[in-house]
Ligand binder design. Structure first.
Ligand SMILES: Cc1cc2nc3c(=O)[nH]c(=O)nc-3n(C[C@H](O)[C@H](O)[C@H](O)COP(=O)(O)OP(=O)(O)OC[C@H]3O[C@@H](n4cnc5c(N)ncnc54)[C@H](O)[C@@H]3O)c2cc1C
Ligand code: SF4
Length: 585
């Protein structure tokens, strides 16, 4: 796909900042409504199939899939003993990556921490600065939220309700399912609504054992609901159906684009309308404002390669740079009309920052599978999802809200949980015998949205482009730690009930940020004093400004956010297009 030239003299209908799940969806919806859209993306357009190399065998890679010697990715221990921006102590590493950038396949997708520093409390901040953002490598678990989330305050009194209900967003979840494809099985659960599923993956033997055992406890295990097209999408020529090649395991993306990614799922089809101009290597550093009206007038950006400055104009600005980068951009966009940053008369931009807590989990062996012939268990886009079971009908005495588990079992390209020792043939035999019997799962729990968990701008540290870095003031609280205790206990209890031999129970809580599900820094609400956006992700203060990514979330739920980000964005962009046509923006 060739990029067309940006016309600096033109006033576009809309500028979309960012090209991930949110930016891609905004481009799709707005261009299909006939709007002339300019998309600015800070990162490069990578030759993504060459980066991901899904079918490369480890022995064909010079580093066996690991990072080249001049690069280093931060380990869990390093996150706990070093503070950002990770300067001294890593001198030997020319390129420093977050924990997720630990393979040769992701080295150009995730950012260099040195070029993109941040400060403050520890946070495992994973950023993918390239066309498509994090959707190039996301884990694809595509879940809906429900009124247990949107109206959570009504249930336990904590925080705020969302200004929408499930019935407002349900038609848009349907549209996203049909346009992008999702696999799964209907379960009819009020707290985890079903999607319009394509052909599901199959659970394997140990997973079925666990499912049946859990059913006796009133808990539900279902096939991984993957944002993957298993039947194919006739309307999209850029994506293939899933061929289950056993490569999802590599923590990278899918080079045949069966798994959703924003470029092939949304951006290329939007370019085909003739209404989208894409400019990569374009780092937005400020949203400009008309001094007479206070409305957004365009975007000031820097070419990441030439360092040249540009300003472009539009009737509407749509911010979709991802939760934390969007907050940073609003805070950077100060003017005498908006002295605390754009859209920030409430003082809530950067606050109410929330996400998921991870770490506790369990690994075990289904002993009846030891020594059985291997099966192709990583030839599918995911294993299972064990749905939330806390604080639904009953109240847990120690914490509010809930958590779910992601897990899987069986043989994979890189054997798991064998704990085998030794050398040579005996070692290989031991690994082969045990690996197919492995079963493991890890929890994802809701981190409460708190005003005191926030980000602001560092007064000193700047990134490679001279833009002030983000500073974190963020910690898990007591509710999360009590929930993590329960995660560990229930994980063990459920594996024991299923008759699995326990290999390891993990209680360690991973560093803040590990879930890569950051949310809430410009929350929606009905009251402009306590929220940044209205129910259509439109700024209360600046009516031609929309923030359409996870910033708008009022709470984190325990379900993964991306399908909700895209459904909300579709709804908001439908509204935006209508309002623009009516002359209301
Ligand atoms: C390894 C991994 C696994 C994940 N697994 C799951 C999962 O299973 N389920 C799930 O729901 N979610 C998952 N996620 C999270 C998911 O990827 C994100 O929720 C989603 O990508 C968010 O979309 P976004 O558009 O807000 O941000 P992004 O996808 O990060 O896109 C933002 C884009 O904006 C660009 N940008 C940033 N700043 C600027 C600027 N100043 N100017 C111009 N452009 C800018 C960035 O370069 C980027 O391309 C996972 C993420 C990772 C990395
Ligand atoms: S299992 Fe399917 S979605 Fe996953 S990498 Fe393979 S083809 Fe892509």
């Amino acid at each position: 796909m060739a990029e067309s030239e940006v016309n600096l003299t033109k006033t576009y209908d809309a500028i979309v900042i960012g090209s991930g799940a949110a930016g891609g969806m905004a481009a799709h919806v707005l261009t299909s409504q006939g709007l002339q859209v300019l998309m600015l993306e800070a990162g490069k357009k990578l030759p993504i199939e060459k980066e991901l190399r899904s079918m490369e065998w480890p022995y064909d890679n010079p580093y066996r899939g690991q990072l080249p010697p001049d690069s280093h990715s931060l380990s869990f221990n390093e996150y706990t003993i070093r503070n950002p921006p990770y300067g001294p102590g890593f001198e030997k590493a020319k390129h420093l990556k977050s924990y997720i950038g630990s393979t040769d396949y992701l080295k150009n997708i995730v950012v260099d921490e040195r070029e993109n520093p941040f400060t403050g409390t520890n946070y495992a901040w994973v950023r993918a600065r390239c066309l498509g953002g994090k959707t190039n490598i996301w884990g694809r678990l595509a879940l809906r939220l429900s009124d247990y989330d949107f109206k959570a305050k009504d249930r336990d009194g904590y925080g705020e309700n969302w200004p929408i209900s499930y019935s407002d967003i349900a038609p848009y979840y349907d549209k996203v399912d049909l346009y992008l494809g999702i696999t799964g099985v209907k379960e009819n659960l009020p707290y985890l609504p079903d999607s319009i599923f394509q052909r599901p993956t199959k659970l394997n033997c140990a997973e079925v054992t666990l499912k049946e055992s859990l059913a006796k406890m009133g808990r539900v295990l279902t096939q991984y609901r993957a944002g993957v097209t298993s039947d194919g999408l006739k309307h999209n020529k850029y994506r293939s159906r899933c061929y289950g090649r056993g490569a999802c395991e590599r923590k990278g993306g899918c080079d045949i684009h069966a798994a959703f990614d924003s470029p092939t799922g949304l951006i290329y089809p939007a370019m085909d309308t003739g209404n989208l101009t894409l400019r990569t290597n374009s780092v937005a550093r400020e949203i400009t404002v008309d001094p007479k009206t206070g409305k957004a007038s365009g975007v000031h950006f820097i070419d990441s390669q030439t360092m040249k400055d540009y300003t472009v104009h539009a009737k509407v600005v749509v911010v979709a740079a991802s939760t934390l980068e969007s907050a940073r951009l609003l805070l950077l966009s100060k003017s005498h009309l908006h002295p605390n940053g754009l859209a920030n008369s409430s003082g809530h931009v950067g606050h109410n920052f929330c996400e998921h807590i991870m770490g506790p989990g369990v690994a075990g062996h289904a002993k009846n599978l030891v020594g059985k012939p291997p099966t192709l268990d990583d030839g599918r886009p995911g294993g299972f999802y064990l749905t939330r079971f806390r604080n639904l009908a009953e109240k847990h005495p120690k914490f509010i809200r809930g958590y779910g588990f992601e897990g899987g079992s069986g043989s994979t390209m890189f054997p798991r949980g064998t704990d085998a020792h030794g050398f040579g043939a005996a070692f290989k035999e031991e690994v082969r015998k045990n690996q197919g019997a492995f079963v493991g799962m890890g929890a994802f729990g809701e981190v409460l949205a708190r005003y005191e968990n926030y980000v602001d701008l560092d007064p000193v540290v700047k990134d490679k482009w001279g833009i002030p870095a983000l500073r974190f003031h963020y910690k898990f609280g007591d509710n999360e730690h009590r929930m993590a205790e329960d995660m560990k206990e229930t994980a063990q209890e459920m594996f024991e009930a299923a008759g699995f031999e326990i290999i390891k129970v993990t209680s360690r809580v991973l560093t803040e940020g590990w879930s890569i599900h950051e949310l809430g820094t410009a929350r929606m609400g009905s009251d402009p004093k306590t929220s940044v956006l209205n129910q259509f992700q439109q700024s209360h203060d600046v009516k031609n400004l929309f923030v359409v990514d996870g910033s708008a979330f009022v709470n984190a739920s325990c379900q993964n956010p991306t399908w909700t980000i895209m459904s909300l964005c579709w709804r908001s962009c439908d509204y935006l297009a209508e309002e623009l046509k009516k002359g209301n923006l």
